[in-house]
Structure formats: structure tokens, C-alpha cells
Design a protein around this ligand. Sequence first.
Ligand SMILES: [Zn+2]
Length: 425
Amino acid sequence: MQTDKDLIGKKVFETPFIDTHEHLMDESERLACMEPFIPCDDWALLLNHYFSFDLISAGITKEQLDSLFSRQADPVKKWGILKDYWPSLKNTASGMVFRNTIRILYGIDELSEDNIAELQTRYEQTRKKGFYHFIIRDIANIRYCHVHSPVVACKNSETPDLLRHDLALNGLIQVAVKPYSVPENAVINSLSDWHLLIDGWFSEYNQIAAGVKVGNAYFRRLDFEWIEAGEVEEIFIRKINSQFINPMEEKKLQDHLFWYCVDKATKYGLPVKIHTGQWAMNNVMNMHWVRENPADCASLCRKSPGTKFVFFHLGYPHYEEMLSLAKSYSNAYIDMCWSWSLNPLAAKDFLKKFILTVPNHKIFAFGGDEKVAENLIGHTFVARQGIAQALTELVTEDWITIGDAMDLTEKLMYKNAAEIFKPER
Ligand SMILES: [Zn+2]
């Protein structure tokens, strides 16, 4: 007889995700090894994102890291660099993602010196035209992904049925990053020119974008205040002329532009996705700022009740506060992206508590936050394992029924996302 665990596991592994956050480039850009986003084109590329941050945390030297991701180095010899760190990292969630990817995609169960050559051969055989569809749809069982492009603020995807771009606002808020958000031919002489630039991005891409993305929490607190244009016009002029502006002035300018963009997004019906919590890169995280994220997010919700705010990454490690936030504010939504490879037990704990605490249509259970498509295979596996465990535990601990668990599976994995973000086209 099938147990509740079996039934829920089967349901979760058969149900597709709408994946609400990735950093994938288009397949042709990946195949062309677009620099600097794709540093090498061998099996080590699969370690180039979250696993590499864990390598740095483990103490890898800069020289070793550069060699691991070098285009010139012999792919088989790269094991000589990894092998000293592998025992410490194979059980971190990012190691788990990698191991499940190579197991499912390449049939390699246990990484060792003996199978690196085979791993490289399998990598090359798989990485070819059409592999995005094969990996994302056929293996990872994802309907489509929302994408925050690493290449440009927003674009028309080569495969709009598979990759749907968000409009990324970081550069527009920080008045930076040419040509990421400022086209080479754009002439900017005043704050109104900058407003027109923002208007242009929105009018061109509001039909395509699933939402807008704000990643500025990597550089500041999320305490965005309303500031009138007149108050920052002169600061803006100094900024574009590379003249000195002090941190208070920088904050004011960003505050103004944040709300200018958020008001646009709200007008176009685009949810505003915001990075909260843990920083991916090492040795710079300001944990004082991170600690303030939940309270700062509550202020944003209060300031703009008509905006749908989608908060990323559980505000990790402050996820109890994020439950409180989502419970209190009707315009606060939670996107669990990255959380399954950040701390899968915290993610499982969060999901269980969310279901018993917050209206359950306000959560999206998966985004890989990955830049290498292959990793979606291992990452969705780990996430499905966590989601199945969370639901099974809720049933066996008598909090919900097996019928509830079955219904919730679909809501968490795709129905909620399909309802909140602009309709699929
Ligand atoms: Zn991201």
C-alpha cells in the first residue's frame, strides 16, 4: 500500500514548476560562451555560481579559483584543484545541487578522479543546440522561467515560451551600468532625461516582463523614502558628471528613482520583486542591513498598498520575521527562490510554517537563481525533495489532510505564480 509520503512524493515530482527567478542568458549566448558571464566551457562551469561562493567560504585561493574556471586549463586536471575542498562541500546544498545534476543528467553517481574525463565528455555531448528545452522542460519539469538577465535590463527572449524576462531596475535606480540599462546611444543630460529612459524601458517591455526586479539590497538598506524630483535634480547632474556626491545624497537619489520605478511598475500591473536577506558573494555582507530587511519591507508595503511586493530568499536568516510580514500585509508575497540551495532545512521549515500561518496563495515555491541551465536539474530535485518533505510532515503531524497536501502542491509549484504574474502569452 502506498503511504502518504509515497503519494505526496509522486505528486510533487510529477507536477511542473513555474520557476519565478533565474539568471539564465539565452541559449545562443551560452553556446557562444559570452564573456564575462561564461568564464569556461567545461564541467567546472556547473560549479561557477553558488558552489564557487562556498569554495571561497572554504578558503580556496584566488589562483586556484581562477584556474578552476579558466578556459585554458585542462578540464580533467581541474579535479586536482577541487579534490581538496570536495569532502567539505559535497554535503552543502550547493554541493547537493551539483551531485544531483550530474547524477540525473550524466548518470554519474559519485564524483571521483576516475570519472572526471567521463563527466567532461558527457558535459560536451549535452551542451548543444536545443539543450535548454531538453533540460528545463523535459528533465527539470519546469513550464517556464522568469529571468533576470545578466546581460541587459530586459530583452525579448529567443525562446519566450521557456524564458520570460523581468525588467531589472538596479542600474536605473543606481544611475549606472552602461550598456546594461543605458543604451550606448542614449543622451542623458538631466533627471527628466533619466525619467524618459525609465519610461522607455517600461513602455517597451511591460507586455513581456513578468515583473520588475530590484537587487539593490546588496548595496544598501531597503529604507526607500519618498523624495521629490526637485530635491535630487542637482545631485543627479553631479552624479552623471562623475562629481562627488556624499552617501546621504546618493541615498536620496536612489530613493527617488526607486519610487519612480515602483510607481511605473504598479501602473503597469507588474509585481515588484525585491532581493532580501543573505548576500551571495563572500566577505562583504552587511548583516546589520540584512537584519533590517523585514522591517524595511513592511514600510514599503505600507507606503504603497497598491503595489504587489514579492520578497525573495525568505529574508534569510530572518525568516520568522518574513512570515510575520506576509501574514500582516496583504500586498506582501514570498518567493522562495534560492532558499532550497541556501539552507534546505530552513526552507522546509519556512514552508511548513507559511502554510499554517499565511494565506497560501501568497507564496511561490521555486526559483533556482542559477546562471547555468544544467543546475536547474539538481536544484529542482532538491526543492521537490524539500517540498514533498514539508507537505508529508504536515500530514503525518496531523496539521493538514492528504487532500490538502495534494491541492497545495499545485498552488505552491505553479498555480500561485500563474495567477499573480501577468498572464502567460
Ligand atoms: Zn537572483
